[in-house]
Design a protein around this ligand. Structure first.
Ligand code: KG4
Ligand code: ZN
Length: 351
C-alpha cells in the first residue's frame, strides 16, 4: 500500500542556511519524491571578505536566518508545521558551531510539536542528491552497482553503491578536498571566495593550459591527493613574477589546474567502474557543478555504455533538498527515528 508523508529538511553544516519541504510516497518499488519548496540563504557575502568561511560568524548568521528560512520553506510549499511528518536535519560532518544551530533548532521544533527527527549525514545528502528527480529517473533500479564520486569543499570520495541501501567507501582524499584546492588556487590568484566557479569561469578563456602534475593518478587505490597540485600551482605563480597580471596566463593556470584535477577524478572513477562492473556512475557535491567535470564523466558513461546520474546545478552545492532526499531514502531503507533529544551534532561523522 502506498504511504504518503511530508518531510521538513534543514541544513546548516557550513555556510548555507537551508530548508526544504518534500512530499514522499513510498511505493513498493522506490519512494516517489516531490520537492515542494527549497530555500537556500547563502552567506557568501559575509565570508568572502575573509577569503573563506569563519565558523563563529557562520553560526551567528545561521541563528539569525534559520527561522525565516524554515518559515519561507513552509509557506513556499503551501504547508505548515502541523502538516509535517518528519524533520530531517544535518547532524554532521561540518563545522561544529554551524551544525549545533541546526540540530538544536530541530530538537526544539521536535520537542514542541512531537514530530520525529531523522538525523542525516551530510555526505549521504550529497550521495542521494542525483536522485532528486526520482519520479523521472526510471532507470535507477537497473543502475546498480553504481560508482559515486562525491566532490565538495570538505570531501572527495569514491563510493560503491551496491544498491539503494548498501554502500562502501572505496577511497577518499588523503589531504585537501578538490573543492578546497579550487578555493585555494583562486585565493592564490586573488579571486573571490568560493573559488570553484571563478576558476572554471576564467579557464574558459585559456589559450594554452599549463601542464600540472596529476597526483596519484596511477596509484593502485582509490585515494586522492590535491595538496601537491595546489603547491605546484603556487610555485608556478611565484615563478611568473609580475607576468601573473596577464589575463591569458591566469586563464591558462586555471584551465591547467582544472584539467589536472578533472583528469585524476575521471580516471579513478572510470577504473572503479570497470573493477566493480558498474552499470552507472553518479556525481555529486559542490564541485559537481563544474562543467568540465560533468562533461568528462558524461563522456566516459557514453563510451562505456553506463547510465550517468548528476544533480541539477542547484542541488550540487549545499542545500536542504538533498537532506530531505537522504531522509526519505533512510526511511525507505528501514530507518526508525529514536529519542530526538539524544541527537547530537557530530563534526566528524563518516559515511
Ligand atoms: O558541497 P558544497 O556546497 O559544500 C561542502 O559540503 O563542502 O561544496 C562547495 C565547494 C567549494 O569548494 C566550491 O568552490 C566548489 O564546491 N564549487 C566548484 C564549482 N561550484 C562550486 N568547484 C569547481 N567548479 C564549480 N563550478
Ligand atoms: Zn556539502
Amino acid at each position: 500500500m502506498e504511504k504518503k508523508y511530508t518531510i521538513l529538511a534543514i541544513e546548516t553544516s557550513c555556510d548555507e542556511t537551508a530548508a526544504a519541504v518534500l512530499s514522499v510516497a513510498n511505493t513498493q518499488k522506490l519512494p516517489k519524491i516531490t520537492t515542494l519548496s527549497s530555500v537556500v540563504k547563502s552567506q557568501i557575502a559575509l565570508h568572502s571578505k575573509f577569503g573563506g568561511v569563519v565558523p563563529e560568524a557562520a553560526a551567528r548568521a545561521h541563528v539569525k536566518n534559520i527561522l525565516p528560512v524554515v518559515t519561507k520553506a513552509l509557506s513556499d510549499a503551501g504547508s505548515q508545521l502541523s502538516a509535517i511528518d518528519y524533520i530531517a536535519i544535518t547532524a554532521g560532518p561540518g563545522l561544529v558551531p554551524s551544525l549545533i544551530v541546526g540540530v538544536e533548532f530541530a530538537k526544539a521544533l521536535s520537542f514542541a510539536t512531537g514530530k520525529p527527527i531523522i538525523p542525516v549525514n551530510h555526505l549521504l545528502g550529497h550521495l542521494y542528491s542525483p536522485f532528486g528527480q526520482i519520479g523521472k529517473s526510471a532507470g535507477l533500479q537497473t543502475s546498480f552497482p553504481m560508482i559515486s564520486l562525491i566532490v565538495s569543499g570538505g570531501h572527495t570520495m569514491l563510493v560503491l553503491m551496491k544498491n539503494i541501501k548498501e554502500y562502501k567507501v572505496l577511497g577518499e582524499t588523503v589531504d585537501d578536498a578538490v573543492g578546497e584546492a579550487f578555493d585555494k588556487v583562486a585565493k592564490l590568484l586573488g579571486l573571490p571566495y568560493p573559488g570553484g566557479p571563478e576558476v572554471s569561469r576564467l579557464a574558459k578563456q585559456a589559450k594554452h593550459p599549463v601542464i600540472f602534475p596529476r597526483p596519484m593518478i596511477n596509484a593502485k587505490n582509490y585515494n586522492f591527493s590535491f595538496s601537491g597540485l595546489k603547491t605546484a600551482v603556487l610555485y608556478y605563480i611565484k615563478d611568473q613574477g609580475l607576468k601573473i597580471k596577464d589575463a591569458t596566463l591566469r586563464a591558462d593556470i586555471c584551465a591547467g589546474f582544472q584539467e589536472a584535477a578533472v583528469e585524476v577524478l575521471a580516471a579513478k572513477t572510470l577504473r572503479a567502474a570497470k573493477q566493480y562492473n558498474a552499470r552507472s556512475i553518479s556525481l555529486s557535491g559542490g564541485v559537481a557543478a563544474n562543467e568540465t567535470l560533468r562533461d568528462a564523466l558524461r563522456s566516459i558513461c557514453k563510451e562505456q555504455n553506463l547510465q550517468f546520474f548528476v544533480p541539477v546545478l542547484g542541488l550540487c552545492t549545499d542545500n536542504a533538498e538533498m537532506i530531505g532526499l537522504a531522509g526519505a531514502f533512510m526511511l525507505y531503507n528501514g530507518f526508525k527515528p529514536k529519542n530526538p533529544l539524544k541527537i547530537k551534532a557530530d563534526p566528524n561523522l563518516i559515511l
